[in-house]
Design a protein around this ligand. Structure first.
Ligand SMILES: Cc1cc2nc3c(=O)[nH]c(=O)nc-3n(C[C@H](O)[C@H](O)[C@H](O)COP(=O)(O)OP(=O)(O)OC[C@H]3O[C@@H](n4cnc5c(N)ncnc54)[C@H](O)[C@@H]3O)c2cc1C
Length: 372
């Protein structure tokens, strides 16, 4: 075997790179092995929201780690920016969840009350239309907009620059990045693990599987409890205009470059990442209901990606039942959770993943016969 590492991470998407960055900063000898350009790469197709509102409505521990990540994001972004010189375009702007019917508005109000009841530090304001008009002086709201929930906990970031900065920060912190290599097998060898790729073998004491939607086969071979239900999301991007909309919003944000990024669809279509006319239409209609003037802008890009989704939407952080040095990290919202992954989750993995700590995130909850 050609290299020796404390920890090998399979997958250099935003989850693997954030964990790797945190572990390398902690002084661990870490390698990230990242696969082919033709793989499924959610980290290159997402919306860039740091979104806390409503997360973990049925799983309080998930709301707590999401909230923790939001609190860690400012120092995480500043540190990564200082280290790499890459501007992540991070904006802790707060986020709006627009409602275009009274029923939606009442549902948002009920959700906000429930979340505040369960989490004393949950911050949310229910805004009537008149309040929104004051908050958004440069925006003409559509006639159906009756209000929104607003949370200062939310924000947004450029997800591609974040990924680039994480990988750069990982290497600058002493990590080894191997790209263009697919790990085809992970096998126990001499008290450690051997990762076999197309052209080499890598030895590491521990392994973290963070290969997104492509994790399932390797997970099954290692008795790692991992259930994923990939879900397609399509997004549209408009031409650039002057900055008019400073907030993050569910399915709508203006990038630092001036383009509007509009989303999204939630489609169960297997592993297809095709874009569709009906998907584009439904995104455009939703956006036009909120801000009719967006209709004056040309759409310049339309793409789709696959969410790394568990059946209940809550992340899986777990270890193999038979290979104690092998872990898995899989989640939707890995942009939101990047600061948590690079901080507390990396610390947990650095300590060998003490049992019980992230029990609520065990993949065993989906075992046949498991009770919630
Ligand atoms: C349309 C859409 C919008 C989204 N919007 C948001 C948002 O606003 N905010 C948010 O927080 N999240 C959002 N997400 C979710 C977010 O993009 C994902 O949670 C995140 O990208 C998952 O990252 P990952 O590293 O786990 O997986 P991936 O990005 O898929 O990375 C996995 C990596 O592993 C590599 N790999 C796979 N198999 C192997 C192998 N055998 N050997 C070596 N390497 C391998 C792949 O090449 C890839 O680089 C969105 C997702 C979609 C699809």
């Amino acid at each position: 075997m050609d290299r020796e590492f404390d920890i090998a991470i399979v997958g250099g998407g935003i989850a693997g790179s954030a964990i790797g960055y945190g572990l390398a900063k902690a002084g661990r000898r870490v390698v990230i092995v990242d696969g082919s350009d033709h793989g499924l790469r959610a980290s290159r197709t997402n919306h860039g929201l740091i979104w806390i509102q409503g997360k973990g409505a049925n799983c309080p521990p998930y709301q707590r780690v999401t909230r923790l990540s939001s609190r860690l994001w400012p120092s995480f972004a500043a540190e990564l920016q200082d280290l790499t010189g890459i501007d992540l375009e991070y904006r802790p702007s707060g986020g709006l969840n627009f409602c275009v019917s009274e029923a939606q508005f009442e549902a948002q109000r009920a959700l906000a009350e429930r979340m505040v009841g369960s989490h004393p530090d949950y911050e949310v304001e229910i805004c009537e239309r008149s309040r929104l008009e004051n908050m958004l002086p440069g925006i003409r709201l559509g006639p159906k907009v009756c209000g929104a929930s607003f949370s200062p906990m939310d924000g947004h970031v450029n997800p591609l620059l974040t990924l680039r900065a994480l990988l750069d920060g990982f290497v600058r912190s002493g990590g080894t990045l191997v790209t263009g290599e697919m790990v085809s097998a992970i096998t126990p060898a001499d008290g450690a693990y051997r990762l076999t790729t197309n052209s080499r073998a890598i030895a590491a004491e521990r392994v973290v599987l963070a290969a997104g939607n492509e994790s399932t086969e390797l997970a099954a071979s290692l008795d790692l409890p991992l259930t994923l239900v990939p879900q397609r999301g399509q997004l549209l991007v408009t031409e650039r205009v002057e900055p008019v909309f400073p907030f993050a919003a569910s399915g709508l944000r203006q990038n630092a470059t001036g383009t509007f990024q509009l989303g999204f669809t939630n489609e169960n279509v297997g592993r297809s990442v095709d874009v569709t006319l009906s998907g584009g239409n439904s995104i455009a209609n939703r956006a036009l209901n909120i801000m009719p003037d967006l209709g004056k802008l040309r759409v310049v890009r339309h793409w789709a990606g696959l969410r790394v989704l568990t059946p209940d939407g809550v992340p899986i952080y777990d270890r193999s039942r038979t290979h104690p040095g092998v872990f898995v990290a899989a989640c939707h919202s890995a942009v939101t959770l990047a600061a948590f992954h690079a901080g507390p989750l990396a610390d947990w993995l650095s300590d060998g993943g003490p049992v019980g700590h992230y029990q609520d995130f065990s993949g065993s909850r989906f075992d046949v016969g498991a009770t919630a």
